[in-house]
Write a protein that binds this ligand. Structure first.
Ligand code: ZN
Length: 307
């Protein structure tokens, strides 16, 4: 049942003109966002149980910040800190806009458009993107196991977003734009690791694979001979899928189609950004992985994950 207060508001709404309706929508969205963020922050506050400076668990509540975030004081080292101290959102302002911002990230909205939609400046939109990407970058798996698919992909080198080019350009082959190699690895449990590498050499690929591949795994790759030595070094089984379009399947389970499919989806998503600076490629890899792994996203998942 609708209460009278709301009835009154809804009646008023019909009298509003378009610009006022837009303002109203903005206000309503901010309020919804505020509630969601407020809930996520409150839950996070309840989980704070030690001092970020000295790890002591002797902490007391110590008032709230101007934005209403719980402050704490450590009895052991006397330092004070607020509940968001160890999160990417520490010192980030305008919490009422975070949920809407994370939605814009889901949609891959450009920085310029995000800034204008949320009425924040472009610099803030840029800074927030980096803050929101901290968590997706931090959740790189340390261990892949079982059937593992590995392959390289290439993206044209770009200095977009860089004022100065501070390292020598990659070698050009026949006047084409140099291609930046990326090694991607995944297992069938959904763990995904990716890394932009300097050159597509056995050493570079090995450096990425060695620390993450568990004993007893089976490595599936294309015909790139680098992987033969890598699998040997790791003492694991190796299935080479040599065939047209990497479509081959061995013993009905060994293939690299999960990975090739993922790569294709990443590249097609990447197109909306109209060229990505090489220096930022890792960001876009982590961003996409985060969304792929949180498919059933609720609006606040991005914020909740970071808290
Ligand atoms: Zn302390």
């Amino acid at each position: 049942m609708i209460n009278n207060k709301l009835k009154g508001i809804l009646k008023e709404v019909t009298n509003l003109n378009y610009p006022d309706l837009k303002k109203l929508r903005h206000e309503v969205e901010n309020n919804i966002s505020n509630n969601q963020i407020g809930k996520a922050i409150a839950e996070h506050e309840d989980r704070v149980c030690s001092c970020p400076y000295c790890d002591s668990e002797l902490i007391n509540k110590w008032g709230v910040t101007r934005q209403g975030i719980q402050r704490f004081r450590c009895k052991a080292c006397s330092k004070t800190f607020n509940a968001l101290f160890s999160t990417p959102f520490y010192r980030m302002r305008k919490p009422e806009k975070w949920i809407n911002y994370s939605n814009l990230m889901w949609n891959g909205t450009s920085l310029r458009k995000s800034a204008s939609l949320l009425d924040i400046n472009l610099k803030t939109a840029f800074r927030w993107r980096h803050i929101f990407l901290k968590q997706p970058q931090a959740i790189t798996p340390s261990n892949l196991h079982g059937i593992i698919e590995a392959d390289e992909t290439f993206i044209a080198e770009s200095f977009k977003g860089k004022r100065k080019i501070c390292r020598p350009a990659r070698k050009r082959g026949g006047g084409n734009i140099p291609q930046v190699p990326i090694i991607m690895v995944l297992d069938r449990s959904g763990n995904i690791v990716h890394k932009v590498i300097e050159n597509n050499t056995k050493e570079n690929i090995e450096a990425v694979l060695t620390p993450i591949i568990s004993e007893g795994s089976v490595l599936c790759t294309d015909g790139n001979i680098s992987y033969i030595g890598i699998a040997k070094g790791l003492n694991i089984d190796h299935k080479r899928l040599i065939g047209l379009d990497n479509q081959r399947v061995i013993e009905s389970v060994y293939h690299i189609q999960t990975l090739n499919n993922y790569m294709m989806r990443w590249k097609s998503w990447l197109k909306r950004f109209c060229g990505v600076g090489t220096a930022y490629l890792e960001n876009y890899l982590s961003w996409f992985r985060f969304m792929a792994q949180n498919k059933e996203h609720s609006e606040q998942v991005w914020v909740e994950c970071a808290l």
